[in-house]
Design a protein around this ligand. Structure first.
Ligand code: ADP
Ligand code: MG
Length: 348
């Protein structure tokens, strides 16, 4: 789709670096009063508030983290912002600013970067964050994109990974495994397409999965909901590498164990039907498939009534003493030790 001959192709060299940056960033709106100066000077200026500042960065590399043969550039821009905002929300914070740094080879025309920035802008407008700077350089091969997000939270509101206590409930937002299966569907279609380019894929029964892979949403609403419900999690993390590896981070850092119940894992009907089609175990996918960008957190057992019945949340287990280990209780009521099968090892 990128190399479509009908599309206009303006060489990046024609614009020059300053023209390019200005062209890409001039339509961005500023939403936060803490942004005093955005793009255009030697450094952005952010007003220092009474709150604590949260900072997080992710680097995405073409061929490692994304494949442009099925990832439209607009979606890539959107997703690159989402993965960072998700980290700010996982600290129970509010995201306010981002910087975006890109390295691109001359195989990309201006129109490609316009698409990338259209996705970044949609993310900024939807999540009310300000693009305040970045860096632009060339690469000999492919594209790299690095986003840094800045956010804030009151000191007493920040939630770390290390505060879980035995008997706490383990809660997850949304559902699990869909983004991983979306990737499997896209990879399969890519292979079909390589064999027969005339073949029009029928993706109707996978729409939710593909959307979760190509256009993930960070759970900005979760910190807001928790505040409304007057619940402060004892620990929290976002699910980028799969439930299993994330709950292990919480347990290791909190020096506790856990029990996760297989029959409590939230699965979309498309996850169930598509994992059957791919001959994969939906529990494995929920545990080890990555990129869901849901939030995983623990709350004191006294908050049970506040969480139960809320359609945004599923209680999937509880924290135990460290010496009990980290376990999955299967539907057959057997205990299995959780394995740190993150995204990468699962993929391999
Ligand atoms: P310097 O040479 O001082 O690093 P640059 O020419 O790289 O300045 O950047 C000029 C301005 O444009 C700065 O505000 C910088 O943060 C911003 N900027 C540069 N590249 C990007 C980009 N890819 N996206 C957003 N802002 C950018
Ligand atoms: Mg620079």
């Amino acid at each position: 789709m990128l190399e479509d001959k009908n599309q206009e192709r303006t060489s990046l060299a024609d614009l020059g670096e300053f023209g390019l940056i200005n062209h890409l960033t001039k339509h961005f709106k500023m939403y936060n009063s803490t942004t005093l100066k955005g793009v255009g000077d030697d450094a952005a200026v952010i007003s220092k508030s009474e709150k604590e500042i949260l900072v997080t960065t992710d680097l995405l590399v073409e061929g490692v983290h994304f494949d442009l043969s099925y990832m439209p550039l607009k979606h890539l821009g959107y997703k690159a912002v989402m993965v960072n905002l998700s980290d700010v929300y996982a600290m129970n914070g509010v995201a306010e600013q981002i910087t975006v740094s890109i390295a691109v080879s001359n195989r990309f025309p201006l129109e490609a970067l316009e698409e990338l920035y259209a996705g970044i802008q949609l993310a900024c407008d939807t999540y009310k964050v300000d693009l305040i700077g970045g860096d632009t350089t060339s690469s000999t091969k492919g594209m790299l994109i690095s986003v840094t997000a800045l956010g804030s939270a009151k000191k007493e509101d920040i939630v770390y990974r290390n505060g879980a206590n035995a008997t706490d409930l383990i809660v997850v937002s949304g559902d699990l495994g869909a983004a991983y299966l979306g990737l499997q569907v896209l990879e399969r279609e890519k292979q079909v397409f390589q064999v027969n380019p005339e073949n029009q894929p029928d993706l109707d029964s996978y729409t939710y999965l593909i959307e979760r892979q190509l256009k993930p949403e960070a759970r900005k609403d979760v910190p807001e909901l928790l505040k409304e419900m007057e619940v402060k999690p004892t620990s929290m993390i976002d699910i980028s590498d799969g439930l299993s590896s994330e709950i292990m981070h919480i347990c290791t850092q909190s020096k506790v164990g856990c029990k996760i119940y297989e029959d409590k894992l939230p699965l979309d009907p498309q996850v169930i039907s598509t994992s059957e089609e791919f001959n994969m175990d939906s529990t494995m996918i929920a545990l080890s498939g990555g990129e869901d960008y849901e939030l995983l957190f623990t709350v004191p057992i006294a908050d049970f009534d506040k969480i139960k019945g809320n359609p945004n949340f599923s209680i999937i287990g509880h924290i135990t003493e460290e010496n009990e280990g980290m376990n999955l209780v299967t539907r057959a009521n057997q205990e299995m030790e959780l394995k740190a099968q993150g995204w990468n090892s699962f993929k391999g």
